[in-house]
Write a new protein. Structure first.
Length: 278
């Protein structure tokens, strides 16, 4: 992450094109001039000056009607980085992520826009550290603040009784699937279990989840498991055997195989790259 994380002002670096496509990277940034229409799944928004835009990885996104003077200051993050960000935020419910995909635009006033640009300057400054581990953790902490602010805003919206945009039938299936996974992933990692809970076929569930999330159902389940393991590994009071047990693995070896398959590092290697809670 240290070598690839930057603050961008060149819109050609935006990880989105004019045709609908699932993005490997997400981005967060502010429009500093001009206009464009950004579409995330079925929701389109015209973006203009001082609009803050946050699009998560693996969303179906496009951009069109881009004015000649359209400009943004933004950062990008892939799925692995996003999971690392979330691993330090405690229990965030899946309904937040579904809210974000339909509410990816937030209009800021002038002072709020100036604060966000200042935030970007802090990230850019911190990203220049020669200590790669310190740099990585610092940037992750800063981005956790960014997403925590959105989560607090989301909670206030829900508490105020504001109705979110209605979901399609397929979106409801995908949402219910993710909610079920968040509840049962430690003990059930097989797709038929969730299809049975939703009273639909395994093949239909697989198709809907792929269409609505850009990931296979197995990948969604694996992401929940990886996120839980990362949260546990950040706690120094747990040894690897404790982490394996708490994450629902039969032994330390099966945990290590799973974690290496999905992160390309062992649990011990990951633990050496993060700030440990003691």
């Amino acid at each position: 992450m240290h070598d690839s994380f930057h603050i961008y002002t060149d819109i050609s670096a935006l990880p989105v094109g004019e045709h609908d496509a699932y993005m490997e990277e997400g981005f967060g940034g502010i429009c500093t001039g001009g206009t464009a229409v950004i579409k995330v799944f079925s929701v389109s928004r015209r973006i203009s000056r001082n609009d803050l835009v946050t699009v998560l990885p693996l969303q179906q996104v496009s951009i069109r009607d881009v004015s000649d003077d359209f400009a943004m200051t933004f950062f990008k993050f892939d799925k692995d980085m996003f999971l690392d960000i979330m691993s330090g935020l405690g229990k965030i419910t899946p309904d937040f992520f579904f809210y974000m995909r339909k509410n990816f635009q937030l209009r800021l006033n002038r002072s709020e826009a100036a604060r966000f640009l200042g935030f970007c300057r802090v990230i850019d400054f911190r990203g220049r550290s020669d200590d790669s581990i310190f740099c990585r953790e610092t940037i992750l902490h800063l981005l956790r603040i960014y997403f925590w602010d959105f989560y607090v805003h989301f909670q206030k919206v829900m508490a105020a009784g504001e109705k979110p945009l209605a979901n399609s039938n397929k979106e409801n299936i995908a949402f219910k699937f993710v909610m079920l996974v968040s509840e049962h992933f430690k003990t059930h990692r097989e797709i038929p279990f969730y299809a049975d809970k939703l009273c639909i076929s395994t093949s239909y569930l697989t198709r809907v989840v792929q269409e609505m999330s850009g990931q296979s159902a197995r990948e969604v389940i694996a992401d929940h498991v990886v996120l839980e393991i990362k949260k546990l590994l950040r706690n120094a009071t747990f040894d690897i055997k404790d982490v394996a047990r708490k994450a629902g693995f039969a032994n330390q070896s099966s945990l290590s195989r799973f974690f290496r398959l999905h992160t390309k590092m062992s649990p011990s290697e990951y633990r050496r790259t993060v700030h440990i809670i003691r």
